[in-house]
Design a protein around this ligand. Structure first.
Ligand code: SF4
Length: 381
């Protein structure tokens, strides 16, 4: 399977978003920041193109930016689209002023260098490095342009998986160099160089392999959080999309929600009614392939939880004994074992073995409540 950094990072951000974007191929709306970044990258590629004898003029740079610019504004930014273009040209003028003179002892050997990195299990990691510079005889700097307006803290950059991937790729494409990686914030004219160690690079590679295994197993659980408010796929996500009612739908969802809410208020004596209503709501959600429904002033939300019901002790012993970790397991404790399975100081195979030694059961929890002003979506169904 082929995976790029952006796909891997989408999967880690929210597996369900990965599914909607790359498996179901739901088209993404045009993103202003992305389009601006793409046009800037085109101009910067020309600026540092190693096949050119002379540095391009500022007019040539702006021309490259203009050619990559889509004059039709994305929806919602019609009034500002021209301002974005103007800002781009100003930044490029400044950039040209600061970088037209080549730095002594440094030369660019590649721009937008594509790579295909073979991984274990026949997988391939793909990507593109914005710029590769050689400094002196032995040093190589991989530069990644960023068009964001804020710089992350250094600690976050040291844990940047994208840069770790570039280190891996550069080590393979340009052997014999000491590799450093840099984020260059074009809008701010600032750079951050990283000092990621080999261990972090290895962990990133292992984590990509873990993500690939989960993708192959079609593990696409939604990861709910504040980021859902900005998710471009929200209207397609099972937690937020309007349920699509099939023709043979046999549940009156408004009545079921009312029944549940009334039984909930009545307390213990209405337990049977509540169970009946719950069954109806679950049936409705199953039939509509949704996890959320709003109707008649109520909202029902369903979550699925995975729980370990049994551990295979023999498999655990086989995986942990050779590492000297079995003796530490005085009692099979699910929390401790899950923590161990996530710990980076265990080899990937051992972490996988722990996961596989468990038998899981899934339970679903349904919550019904009255709609509030915070529920911004319209009634569904
Ligand atoms: S809305 Fe949230 S849970 Fe749903 S796909 Fe987007 S990020 Fe994931």
């Amino acid at each position: 399977m082929r995976i790029s950094y952006s796909r891997y990072s989408t999967y880690r951000h929210c597996p369900q978003q990965y599914k909607l974007q790359y498996v179901d191929r739901i088209p993404t709306p045009r993103a202003v920041v992305l389009e601006f970044g793409t046009a800037m990258h085109s101009a910067l590629r020309l600026m540092h193109d190693p096949s050119r004898i002379r540095v391009p003029s500022v007019e040539e740079l702006i021309d490259a930016f203009a050619k990559a610019w889509n004059p039709v504004p994305p929806e919602g930014v019609e009034a500002d689209w021209g301002l974005w273009f103007e800002e781009g040209t100003k930044i490029l003028q400044r950039y040209h002023g600061e970088h037209a003179e080549r730095e002594e002892g440094r030369h660019t050997i590649d721009t937008e260098r594509f790579f295909n990195l073979p991984l274990e299990g026949g997988h391939v990691l793909t990507g593109r490095m914005d710029r590769v510079d050689v400094i002196g005889d032995k040093r190589l700097e991989v530069i990644d342009y960023k068009t964001s307006r804020r710089m992350p803290p250094l600690t976050a950059v040291d844990q940047n998986a994208q840069l770790a991937i570039y280190r891996l790729a550069a080590g393979q494409l340009y052997p014999g160099f000491e590799v450093t990686t840099t984020l260059f914030f074009v809008l701010l004219g600032q750079r951050i160089q990283t000092s990621q160690d080999e261990q972090f690079v290895k962990e990133t590679k292992d984590d990509i392999l873990d993500a690939l295994t989960s993708i192959e197993l079609e593990e696409f659980e939604p990861r709910l959080g504040g980021h859902c408010d900005w998710c471009a796929f929200r209207s397609h996500c099972p937690f937020f999309r309007a349920p699509v009612e099939p023709e043979d739908l046999d549940v009156d969802i408004a009545a079921a929600l009312r029944k549940y809410a009334e039984a909930d208020v009545a307390g213990k004596k209405a337990d049977t009614r509540k169970e009946e209503a719950k069954e109806l709501i679950n049936r409705y959600l199953d039939q509509c392939q949704a996890e959320r429904v709003e109707k008649s002033g109520y909202v029902a939300e369903r979550r699925t939880y995975k729980r370990v019901t049994r551990w295979d002790l023999e498999r655990l012993r086989e995986a942990l004994s050779p590492l000297g970790r079995w003796e530490a397991v005085t009692q099979v404790n699910t929390t401790a074992l899950r923590r161990l399975a996530e710990s980076r100081d265990l080899p990937r195979e051992a972490r996988k073995a722990i996961e596989e030694a468990a038998t899981y059961s899934e339970s679903r929890q349904l919550r019904v409540r009255a709609l509030t002003d915070d529920d911004d979506s319209e009634e569904t169904g």
